[in-house]
Design a protein around this ligand. Structure first.
Ligand SMILES: NC(=O)N[C@@H](O)C(=O)O
Length: 206
């Protein structure tokens, strides 16, 4: 999809959405995302202490980081912080126009990966999260892809080896900090699978 567009002149991928599979993102909640990882946000009734000289509420243990590289052929690994400055891939459209097509999923077999958005409004739909369980052969189960829309106040931690879409940001250029472990061996750090056919995702306006 080249150039900027609005939902009015958005290129349609089909004559009618009903004659093809499309994904309608769910609310991004700890419960709905639990099979795939963690929504990084203060947990309702989660442990919290007053800190920073009484000026801050410190919500404890809001995510996990896992390093399983000791099981890989190159066990030495390092904790890695990266900064993503992402151009928007999705512009909220109406339900008649697919806003995004999932063409690949990736996974990090030996590590969790966390993304924390910066400079987005707290309740603004900021990025699309797309995940899939393993099929029996260990590749993505393309018939069970699930999508969620994350707000500017929510981070995401993909559990180790969970199939997920590369970062897909909504509406405007978005900065995110990412944390994971790496050992520098491409196939250990990131495995990518192309979808048999692109999956349309409809992202409604806020
Ligand atoms: N494709 C891509 O950039 N994936 C990121 O999650 C990464 O840096 O691994």
């Amino acid at each position: 999809m080249e150039g900027s567009f609005t939902s009015k002149n958005y290129q349609r991928f089909s004559t009618s959405p009903m004659d093809q599979k499309f994904l309608s993102p769910k609310l991004f909640t700890p419960e709905s995302f639990a099979p795939y990882g963690t929504v990084v946000q203060p947990q309702e009734n989660g442990p919290m202490v007053v800190a920073n000289g009484g000026t801050a509420k410190k919500y404890l243990g809001v995510s996990e980081s896992e390093n399983n590289y000791k099981k890989s052929s190159t066990p030495s690994s390092k904790a890695t912080w990266n900064f993503f400055s992402t151009k928007p891939s999705v512009f909220p459209a109406d339900e008649e126009s697919p806003a995004f097509q999932i063409r690949v999923l990736e996974r990090h077999p030996y590590t969790t990966q966390t993304f924390i958005p910066l400079c987005r409004d707290a309740q603004e739909s900021s990025y699309l999260v797309a995940v899939a369980p393993d099929a029996p052969d260990g590749l993505p189960d393309w018939d069970r892809v699930e999508t969620f829309v994350a707000k500017g106040c929510q981070g995401v931690t993909y559990a180790a080896s969970v199939w997920h879409a590369p970062m897909v940001t909504i509406g405007k250029e978005t900065m995110l900090v990412a944390f994971n472990f790496e050992n520098g061996v491409d196939d250990d750090d990131c495995q990518v699978q192309a979808a048999p056919s692109p999956l349309d995702v409809y992202v409604k306006r806020d």
